[in-house]
Ligand binder design. Structure first.
Ligand code: ADP
Ligand code: MG
Length: 337
């Protein structure tokens, strides 16, 4: 009777976009992650009206060859993994091949990309290819997303206030900047510069750029390891606290993740040094065999499944506790910011 039929690819992309592209900050996250995966050393993020009007990300990375540009906008098309084994050894931020087609299905997208030997300009709107033409050879990718959610009014309505959407964007960029101190990031909103990092590979400098020099001076370096995990980062002295846990950043293999147990482990490391309802600023960078962390749990990849979570939580809390045993010894350890 023919009641069952395959969805058109545009419709399928829009459904995927429902998971991947929740708000302007999701677009920023996906585009900036693509720039980092493409080995960019400089990533400029230019946003108008909290991203609702436009989001532009310019990188100096690998670029996409003109023969592959159309493929990059197909669903499940990726250059980052090929086999089932790769899925368990993900080294890149992306791998699902969903971001570009999803974004292109719910917005207007113009991309100029060049590998140095080919240059291409491509224009999609609502999932439809409007134009593809040769473009100048400027190494890297320059992508502009406008009219976000123009064809999904429910999504547009669901957006929060411009301030909240902008705060989300800033949060996304901050976390990626903390994950990649060797990449120079610049975030500009309505011509106002909100963040600029130097890309010199110095995490403490990035922290100073985000939380302020004064606060960065009140943070100390930590380091720890077990057979499976390596930990490094900076944690605030107990005197420097915030009213929310959102200033605790946990990075696993260069990806900012959300994990209640690990966040709790950071707080636990402070023992009784924190007042009730106060939380530290912390950046905890963890490295481990990718086999120990499953990032393919959720489309946005912020939630992960860890094989040895209790062991990792213990490493985090004991490393912090031991470092903060005698905070009076600490000022000498501070570098000259
Ligand atoms: P994924 O990142 O999961 O592979 P995307 O849809 O985000 O999927 O991107 C599809 C492909 O397009 C990527 O695998 C990559 O090869 C290419 N690509 C996307 N953005 C960039 C960029 N800024 N620079 C170079 N290549 C890019
Ligand atoms: Mg991607």
């Amino acid at each position: 009777m023919g009641k069952i039929h395959e969805l058109s690819s545009v419709l399928a992309d829009q459904i995927a976009a429902g998971e991947v592209v929740e708000r302007p900050a999701s677009v920023v996250k996906e585009l900036v992650e693509n720039a980092v995966d493409a080995h960019a050393t400089q990533v400029d993020i230019l946003v108008q009206e909290s991203g609702v009007q436009s989001i532009r990300v310019i990188d100096d990375g690998d670029g996409i060859d003109d023969a592959e540009v159309l493929t990059a906008f197909k669903r499940h098309a990726t250059s980052k993994i090929t086999s089932r084994e790769d899925l368990f050894r993900v080294h890149s931020l992306g791998f699902r091949g969903e971001a570009l087609p999803s974004i292109a299905s719910v917005a207007d997208v113009v991309m100029n990309t060049s590998t140095g030997t080919t240059g291409t300009s491509i224009h999609y709107r609502g999932g439809k290819l409007l134009q593809q033409s040769p473009a100048p050879l400027r190494q890297g990718t320059d992508i502009t997303v406008t009219d976000l959610f123009f064809n999904t009014p429910a999504r547009l309505k669901y957006l929060k206030s411009p301030q909240t959407e902008l705060a989300n964007i800033l949060d996304v960029v901050n976390r990626i900047a903390l994950s990649y101190p060797a990449v120079a990031f610049r975030l500009v909103h309505n011509a106002k510069e909100l963040l600029k990092t130097a890309g010199r590979g110095d995490l403490q400098q990035v922290i100073a750029g985000i939380y302020g020099v004064q606060n960065a001076r009140k943070m100390v370096a930590i380091q720890g390891a077990t057979a499976d995990f390596k930990l490094s980062g900076f944690v605030a002295l107990p005197e420097l606290t915030r009213a929310s846990r959102q200033y605790i950043t946990v990075l696993i293999n260069g990806r900012a993740i959300k994990n209640q147990q690990l966040t709790k482990a950071v707080i636990k490391g402070y023992g009784s040094k924190l007042m009730v309802g106060r939380y530290p600023i912390a950046v905890i960078a963890l490295t481990m065999d990718p086999l120990l962390v499953d990032v393919n749990v959720h489309p946005t990849k912020q939630e992960v499944r860890l094989s040895k979570e209790p062991e990792l939580a213990k490493l985090i809390s004991t490393t912090i506790t031991e470092r903060l045993v005698d905070v009076n010894l600490i000022p000498s350890a501070l570098t000259n910011l």
